[in-house]
Design a protein around this ligand. Structure first.
Ligand SMILES: C[S@@+](CC[C@H](N)C(=O)[O-])C[C@H]1O[C@@H](n2cnc3c(N)ncnc32)[C@H](O)[C@@H]1O
Length: 344
């Protein structure tokens, strides 16, 4: 069988698909350098722009290198050129890259995708299929995951929770609330701030993450309102003690998601709410060619390493229905963030 010769245009178009991604990688590296070395932060202080020379002087770094970095950041559209040869942040980059409490904050992403846990360890373990768990991840990784997950908590507390019928009033009145797989504690702090009458319990299987939370609680003087339990969610054993349970970007990680759902159901008081805040992975492989889905396909490398995968929202809806939750519903907060909820 003879294959028709592709036209040069067709080949060029296919090459463009590869090169666009290499250009994206250049952008990621450029953003990572600017974030790590505080270049964006310094530029943000100059709304009308700053020359590479002045920026280099301010940061005490090499002017020639700074010029090369500024040009690359301009090429990646995170900086703008003003008419007089100075650079300033492109619109909204201050919020998107630098403001950790902005709901759309994505400034932790360039750094996290460059960590070895994201791709290198996957490649290393690809032949053997060896899996790892959180206790084999570096402190940097745990800190960066917490930074990446932070806007998910920001969107849910209190905005996302207020869309779940009856929940905000219950929390405002004072409730006992679980933050399951609480990680480094961002959610517990945000819950404590938004709902001052609530008492909170954070559960996580990873000892190092809980040490970070304990430190933060001490700094904020919140030890009296928040307690911590080290346990896997599969082994978590409480009965009818809690008014609400939240789990942020972690439900997909449970190795026995059915057991965890049964445990949460048992831990809730009658009418208690269960809120799953997670990534909405596409239902089909064909749905993976959007920008949000491509980012989620990247996250799947780490998830595979810890023996799980992100799931479509429908999987959580089905799970809550299967385990006897009532008033089950879901909504999207962004293209990478969905909330699924139900009541005991
Ligand atoms: C992606 S991090 C998210 C942490 C936190 N919820 C946040 O959003 O910052 C996942 C966390 O879930 C914990 N975890 C994963 N599977 C778990 C399980 N089966 N039982 C208890 N903790 C678990 C990990 O130790 C880690 O702290």
């Amino acid at each position: 069988m003879t294959q028709s010769t592709p036209s040069p245009e067709e080949v060029q178009q296919q090459a463009g698909k590869i090169l666009a991604q290499v250009a994206g990688y250049v952008g990621v590296r450029t953003m990572d350098i600017g974030l790590r070395l505080g270049l964006f932060e310094a530029i943000a202080k100059h709304e009308r722009g700053i020359t590479p020379e002045a920026l280099a002087k301010k940061k005490g770094v090499d002017p020639f290198y700074t010029q090369v970095w500024c040009r690359a950041a301009y090429a990646s559209e995170v900086l703008e050129l003003t008419g007089d040869g100075t650079y300033r942040l492109a619109p909204h980059m201050d919020k998107l890259l630098l403001d950790h409490d902005f709901p759309g904050y994505v400034g932790a992403l360039p750094g996290i995708v460059l960590q070895p846990e994201m791709f290198d360890r996957f490649a290393e373990h690809l032949p053997s299929g060896q899996r790892i768990w959180w206790d084999q991840c570096s402190p940097d990784w745990i800190r960066m995951v917490s930074g990446t997950a932070r806007p998910f908590y920001t969107r849910v507390i209190p905005g996302g929770l207020s869309r779940i019928p009856g929940l905000s009033d219950r929390l405002a009145d004072g409730a006992r609330v679980l933050d399951l797989a609480c990680g480094a504690g961002v959610g517990l702090l945000k819950l404590a701030q938004a709902f001052p009458n609530c008492s909170l319990v954070g559960v996580d299987g990873d000892a190092y993450s809980l040490e970070l939370v304990a430190e933060r609680l001490k700094q904020e003087g919140l030890q009296g309102r928040v307690s911590l339990i080290q346990s896997t969610l599969e082994q978590f054993d409480a009965s009818e003690e809690y008014d609400a349970a939240l789990i942020n970007v972690s439900m997909h990680e449970c190795r026995d998601i059915e057991k965890v759902t049964a445990n949460v159901h048992r831990a809730l008081k009658p009418d208690g709410h269960f809120v799953i805040s997670d990534f909405p992975f596409p239902e089909s492989t064909e749905g993976c060619r959007t920008v949000p889905a491509r980012v989620m396909c990247g996250i799947q490398f780490f998830e595979a390493l810890i023996d799980d995968q992100l799931l479509p929202t429908q999987a959580y809806v089905d799970l809550l229905n299967k385990y006897g939750f009532r008033n089950v519903g879901s909504f999207d907060l962004t293209p990478v963030h969905a909330v699924t909820y139900g009541q005991k």
